[in-house]
Design a protein around this ligand. Structure first.
Ligand code: SF4
Length: 207
């Protein structure tokens, strides 16, 4: 957080989080097809040397491997943000894995599929083994911590690489949740992450 970065956002996701903050990439995917050359040129037009490849779920995007290899060839530092349900041999300096907790499961026709897919332990462990990583959990209530502890144990993750982030798209809600979540981080030895883009610009597309 805090490093000036260009974001490349793919559209399309294999999950349907109840509180998804980019529904235009999951529940109602939209966007235009861009060639790799166009994406690389757009990224290079910015002065930032860090690029974050996100989604949606970028690991299911067509040509994701070629995209990241081209970014690497241009000397950029690459972070990939993924829910950790699908493996791809991307070029990546920091794998930001965000397995989705039970608080993400929606009601309705997507519930069963989301619940079945959201935790893929073998995929997460392989990503952790192959890349420098961080493990990020979106926490909505203090009761979520039981599941976080269980997953951190089953993945065999170092607590110093675990990040807790409050769920929310409203600055007032995030402030309230941040207070108790920061205390939990102190107790557990996890890292805390605010949602800086919401604090700075509000819940707006393009930020
Ligand atoms: S994994 Fe990410 S993009 Fe997909 S539904 Fe959940 S929050 Fe939205």
């Amino acid at each position: 957080m805090g490093v000036p970065s260009v974001f490349v956002r793919s559209s399309g996701c294999n999950l349907r989080c109840r509180w998804c903050d980019t529904p235009y990439t999951s529940w109602h995917p939209e966007g235009d097809d861009w060639t790799l050359d166009r994406i690389w040129a757009a990224v290079e037009a910015y002065p930032a040397r860090h690029v974050v490849v996100t989604g949606g779920e970028p690991m299911i995007a067509r040509e994701i491997v070629e995209l990241t290899r081209g970014l690497r060839g241009r000397g950029l530092h690459i972070t990939v943000e993924t829910a950790g349900t699908v493996y791809a041999s991307v070029a990546c300096d920091l794998m930001s894995i965000s397995p989705k907790l039970a608080n993400s499961t929606p009601a309705g026709e997507w519930a069963e599929r989301h619940e079945r897919l959201r935790i893929q332990t073998a995929v997460v462990r392989r990503l952790m083994a192959d890349y420098d990583y961080q493990l990020k959990f979106v926490v909505a209530q203090a009761e979520d911590l039981g599941e976080v502890r269980e997953l951190v144990g089953s993945f065999g993750a170092e607590s110093g690489k675990v990040i807790l982030m409050p769920e929310g798209i409203d600055a007032a809600v995030l402030r309230e949740r941040s207070v108790w979540l920061a205390e939990i981080c102190k107790q557990e030895g996890f890292r805390f992450s605010p949602r800086l883009h919401v604090e700075l610009w509000g819940n707006r597309r393009g930020t």
